[in-house]
Structure formats: C-alpha cells, structure tokens
Design a binder for this molecule. Structure first.
Ligand SMILES: [Zn+2]
Length: 102
C-alpha cells in the first residue's frame, strides 16, 4: 500500500470510478473533542492520515452520502456536515469542467 507511483489512481467513494489522484478531492478524518470521527476536506497542501477520494462533482458527493462511501473508505463510523462537504466542492472553480457522468 505504501508504494508511491507516478500519478497513482484512486477510486471515488461516490461513483466508484478510478481516476488519477490529482483529479480527485481528498478528505480525511479529524477526531473532534467528543471523540467523534468527522470527515473534513483536505486544506491545500494538507494530507493527513487515511484519505478518501471523490470526483469534484456534487453528484458523487451525494452518492457517497447515500452509499455510506465515507464509512467504507475510512472503515469507521464517521460523521460529517453535508453542507461543509458540499462547500468544499463549490470552492473549486475548475470543477465546472468535470461534467462526465458514469
Ligand atoms: Zn465519482
């Protein structure tokens, strides 16, 4: 698992498509004060702990919510703020190019 290749691929936790890691949005989990595991988007340059990857599309985020993709990716009972994660997608202006559907 630790092998580092040039442009590794990752699977979107929403639609399941494999893409180059650079095209995906990365999320990690942060433990809150009450020990809850919370899914948060990576800040620029920040890569903490285990990651979950998502196509930069709201449709994939909604799929991840419904299919419990984050729980599977992190193998834990994680929680999240849907609006916060949606906001992480909206803050990426280049995402308008990503209109591909499965
Ligand atoms: Zn996707």
């Amino acid at each position: 698992m630790a092998s580092s290749r040039y442009q590794p691929e990752r699977r979107c936790v929403g639609c399941g498509t494999r893409r180059p890691q650079a095209e995906l949005i990365r999320f990690h989990i942060r433990k809150s004060e009450d020990e809850a595991l919370r899914v948060v988007p990576d800040a620029p340059g920040e890569r903490l702990g285990r990651g979950a990857y998502l196509c930069p599309r709201l449709a994939c985020l909604e799929l991840a919510f419904r299919r419990r993709g984050f729980q599977r990716a992190f193998r834990a009972a994680v929680e999240w703020d849907e609006n916060e994660l949606r906001g992480a997608l909206k803050n990426r202006p280049e995402d308008n190019e990503q209109r591909q559907v499965d």
